[in-house]
Design a protein. Structure first.
Length: 408
């Protein structure tokens, strides 16, 4: 008998539907009314939901609990509280696990001349001052959950960090060539993942950021994302409910001292990031019946309940191909903060995938199984309707590493 597993999908899925805490949280984030009565799943998890509602744990734990009371005192305290780490990672990470928000900007830049000392100095000072810039924008609305995470690409790491030891797995995004579809690799020296519940805060932060960077950088991609109804993607399925919660967040996304054996201690407290911009062929997707769509994804469309896995050697669903586990059945989780994006006038509809992980190889294995197939030749059928336009890899160093760049 196969061990019980929860899907850890690239676009996000949940093995057995949405729990009470997740369901009410997602409803509260999207403005939907709370359900008048409990479902089967809510009866199963009523005690944990109550406990979560009363908890005041770490930011990692708060990500999947009910939002805090809507008053300025609580929000001010939350703004001033930096993410705290235990003895496992004695450094201060960036806000990788910031709460889900209604809006986001994914900004990928290249540095025009990495050998220009003045340009590199400008980039370093901007990254070192990112915390102050974030506070200047966040103070405009303490209830908007503003956050920004910055990642540095492989080709820019040495110059931007002034020769700090490279994270052990950091390299350019590898092209993944399948028989039918290809995961493309595109340039990227800097990634800014900007998010808030207000679009104007994301805009204002990016405006000030680009003023500081001036003509030292070129915009490779700028994508504005939004939350869609009850946290669904534009294919109509719930997205992101399989993210780790509580203490499992840090275990899944933050590099620890145990992970570094090559002298790259500067990676401790940081996280690998992979981004891809997918565009969907919604016309072709909507030509499928609901049952056919569910077979592609591997879960039901309405209530997000996982379907049975296909027999070995047969076409696997998306949720199966993107579940990575060891021989004992223990899964490796990643943290996704995917967002739909679109322009109806231009007939562009898509999903911006962003995955944070303690282990870069986990995301790369997901992509290999999707594009090459497992078994090889049976690729992820979601790719017949979703085409990647970009693919880049970054490393988000700890906040203390960023702050030290000014003296580099």
């Amino acid at each position: 008998m196969k061990p019980f597993r929860r899907a850890n999908n690239l676009f996000g899925s949940c093995r057995n539907g949405i729990s009470s805490t997740q369901s009410n949280y997602l409803r509260s984030r999207s403005g939907l009314p709370q359900p008048a009565c409990r479902t089967f799943w809510e009866y199963q998890s009523s005690a944990p939901a109550t406990a979560n509602r009363q908890s005041t744990g770490s930011p990692s734990e708060r990500r999947h609990q009910f939002p805090p009371p809507n008053n300025a005192m609580v929000q001010t305290a939350e703004l001033s509280m930096r993410p705290k780490m235990g003895s496992r990672v004695p450094i201060e990470p960036q806000r990788v696990d910031a709460p889900l928000t209604q809006s986001a900007t994914f900004l990928v830049l290249t540095i025009n001349d990495k050998n220009d000392a003045a340009a590199i100095s400008t980039v370093r000072s901007t990254l070192a001052g990112l915390d102050d810039l974030s506070k200047n924008v966040a103070i405009r609305d303490l209830q908007a959950s503003f956050a920004c995470t910055v990642g540095i690409g492989s080709e820019a790491w040495d110059q931007v960090t002034n020769g700090l030891a490279r994270p052990g797995e950091l390299h350019d995004f590898p092209t993944v060539q399948g028989k039918v579809h290809t995961a493309v690799s595109t340039p990227g020296d800097l990634l800014f993942h900007i998010r808030a519940d207000r679009r104007d805060l994301c805009f204002e932060f990016e405006r000030q950021l680009m003023d500081l960077l001036s003509d030292t950088v070129t915009v490779v991609d700028e994508t504005v994302g939004f939350r869609y109804f009850d946290v669904r993607d534009l294919l109509g399925f719930v997205d992101g409910t399989a993210n780790p919660a509580g203490s499992a967040v840090d275990d899944s996304i933050l590099v620890t001292e145990q992970d570094v054996s090559d002298g790259s201690e500067t990676a401790v407290g940081g996280s690998y990031i992979v981004v891809q911009k997918y565009v969907h062929d919604l016309k072709a997707w909507r030509n499928l019946s609901t049952e056919q769509q569910e077979a592609v994804i591997g879960r039901t469309k309405l209530d997000n309940i996982e379907l049975d896995d296909a027999p070995d050697g047969r076409q696997a669903a998306h949720k199966t191909l993107t579940t990575i586990a060891d021989e004992a059945g223990n899964e490796y989780s990643i943290l996704r903060d995917n967002m739909p994006f679109g322009n109806s006038g231009a007939k562009e509809f898509g999903t911006y995938f962003i995955g944070y992980s303690r282990r870069l190889w986990v995301i790369e294995k997901m992509l290999n199984r999707m594009f090459v197939g497992d078994p090889p030749g049976l690729h992820d059928r979601i790719l017949d309707f979703s085409r990647p336009l970009t693919g880049s890899t970054f490393f988000a160093p700890a906040a203390s590493v960023l702050a030290g760049l000014a003296s580099g």
